[in-house]
Design a protein around this ligand. Structure first.
Ligand code: ADP
Ligand code: MG
Length: 378
C-alpha cells in the first residue's frame, strides 16, 4: 500500500517527496455498553490502517486525493469551506479542530488509502481522523499537542462535521494503540493501562454477518435510560459505582427489564477486570470464557443481539472455539473470535457453510493482529 500511495502522490503532486503516516482501525476485546455507564472498555489497534502521503504546500488550501474512492477534494481552512465529499469532511474537521484549539495548521497536499473495512465496526473513520491528526501535529506543531487531545480532535470531528455522536474509545485506540497490547480505558476517569496481548497458538478473527437490523424505536437510548434509572434508584452517579448485591437489593423496586440491563452492566465491568488479570498470567482460556459470558449477557440480559449473531456464536461454541462474542453495539455487525490455530481452518469453513445455508450469504472473514496505532512511517 505504501508504494502505491507514494506513486499516486508523485503523479498528482510531482514536486516534492511526502512524509508517510498511518493509523489503525481497532477491535474491542471486551467491555460493551460500559462506556456510558462509566465503566471500562478494552480496545486495541489492529493491522488494518489508513495510510497517507502528506506534504505542506505553503498555501491555505488542502488538496487531497482518496485512492479508494478515486476522488479529489480541495478546500480552504475556514469554517465556510466545508467540503461536499463526506470522506473529505473527516480531514477538514481534523484541521478545524486543531485551529479551534489554537494549534497551527497550514495547507497541505495528500494522497491516502486504507484497508480498514468500512462500516464493519472496526472504525475506519477513527483511523482516518487519527492518521491526519497525527500528521498535522507532526508537520505543523512539532508534536506539541498531546496524544489524548489528538483523540479528542478526532472525536470532535465526528461530532461537529460528520454527525456522529460517538464516545472517545475508537480514536483513543487508534492513537494510543501498541503492538501486542490492549488498552484498558476507564471511561469515568479516562485513565488507561496497557496489558500484554500476544496469544501464541491462537488467532483473532472477526466474522462479519453483513447484517444491520434497522430498529424502530431507539434501542440505545432505551438501554441508557434503564441504566440511568437504576443508578438514580441506587443514589449513584453511574452503574460504575454499583455492584450486583446493590442491584439485587432494589430488585423489588425496579422493572424486570431494568434489573437485567443493570445486572449486565455491573457484570461486564467485572469481566473486563477479570480479563486483564487473565492476560497478565497469559491465561487465554479464561479470556475466551469471559467473551462467551459477555455474548450471553448481551443476548439474554441486555437484548442487543440478533438471530444471525447468536447463530455465529453457537457455531463457534460447537467448533470448540476458545472465545466468541458480539463486538460493538449489537443488532448486527461482527462477532470477534479467539480461535486456536489448529481449529482455525475448520471453524472458518464450517461457519461459512452453515451461515450461508441458513442466511444465503457467507460472513466476511477479517483476520486481525494487535498492532501499532498512529505513527510516522518515514
Ligand atoms: P466505520 O465504522 O468503519 O468507522 P463510518 O461510517 O463511521 O464507518 O466511517 C466510514 C467513512 O469513513 C466512509 O464513508 C468514508 O467517508 C471514510 N473512510 C473510511 N475509510 C476510508 C478510505 N479508505 N478512503 C476514503 N474514505 C474512507
Ligand atoms: Mg466510524
Amino acid at each position: 500500500m505504501e508504494e502505491k500511495i507514494k506513486s499516486i502522490f508523485a503523479e498528482h503532486f510531482p514536486y516534492k517527496t511526502p512524509e508517510m503516516y498511518a493509523s489503525a482501525g481497532r477491535i474491542n476485546l471486551i467491555g460493551e455498553h460500559t462506556d456510558y455507564n462509566g465503566g471500562f472498555v478494552f480496545p486495541g489497534a489492529i493491522d488494518k490502517v489508513i495510510m497517507a502521503a502528506i506534504v505542506p504546500n505553503g498555501l491555505s488550501q488542502v488538496r487531497v486525493y482518496s485512492v479508494d474512492i478515486q476522488e479529489y477534494a480541495e478546500f480552504g481552512l475556514n469554517e465556510e469551506d466545508l467540503p461536499s465529499q463526506s470522506w473529505a469532511r473527516y480531514i477538514f474537521g481534523v484541521c478545524r479542530e486543531f485551529q479551534k484549539r489554537g494549534a497551527a495548521v497550514g495547507g497541505f497536499d495528500a494522497v491516502f488509502a486504507g484497508d480498514v473495512p468500512l462500516g464493519a465496526g472496526l472504525s475506519s473513520s477513527a483511523a482516518l481522523e487519527s492518521c491526519f491528526a497525527f500528521a498535522v501535529n507532526d508537520l505543523f506543531n512539532d508534536n506539541k499537542v498531546d496524544k489524548f487531545e489528538l483523540a479528542k480532535i478526532g472525536q470532535s470531528t465526528e461530532h461537529n462535521y460528520c454527525g456522529v455522536n460517538c464516545g472517545i474509545m475508537d480514536q483513543f485506540a487508534s492513537i494510543f494503540g501498541k503492538k501486542d497490547n490492549l488498552i484498558r480505558l476507564d471511561c469515568r476517569s479516562l485513565e488507561y493501562a496497557y496489558f500484554p496481548f500476544h496469544p501464541q497458538g491462537y488467532k483473532l478473527v472477526l466474522l462479519d454477518s453483513k447484517v444491520k437490523h434497522e430498529l424502530v424505536d431507539s434501542p440505545y437510548n432505551k438501554r441508557r435510560a434503564s441504566c440511568e434509572r437504576v443508578a438514580k434508584r441506587l443514589g449513584v452517579e453511574t452503574l460504575r459505582d454499583a455492584d450486583i448485591d446493590m442491584i439485587n437489593s432494589v430488585k423489588g423496586d425496579i422493572t424486570a427489564e431494568d434489573y437485567f440491563r443493570a445486572k449486565f452492566v455491573v457484570e461486564e465491568k467485572d469481566r473486563v477486570l477479570a480479563v486483564c488479570d487473565a492476560l497478565e498470567k497469559g491465561d487465554y482460556e479464561t479470556v475466551g470464557k469471559k467473551m462467551y459470558e459477555t455474548h450471553a449477557g448481551l443476548s439474554v440480559d441486555y437484548e442487543v443481539s440478533c438471530e444471525e449473531l447468536d447463530y455465529l456464536n453457537d457455531i463457534a461454541k460447537e467448533c470448540g472455539v476458545t472465545g466468541s462474542r458480539i463486538m460493538g453495539g449489537g443488532f448486527g455487525g461482527c462477532t470477534i473470535n479467539l480461535v486456536k490455530d489448529s481449529l482455525y481452518e475448520s471453524f472458518i469453513k464450517f461457519a461459512k457453510e452453515k451461515f450461508n445455508a441458513k442466511y444465503g450469504h457467507e460472513p466476511r472473514v477479517i483476520d486481525v493482529v494487535i498492532s501499532d496505532g498512529a505513527r510516522r512511517l518515514s
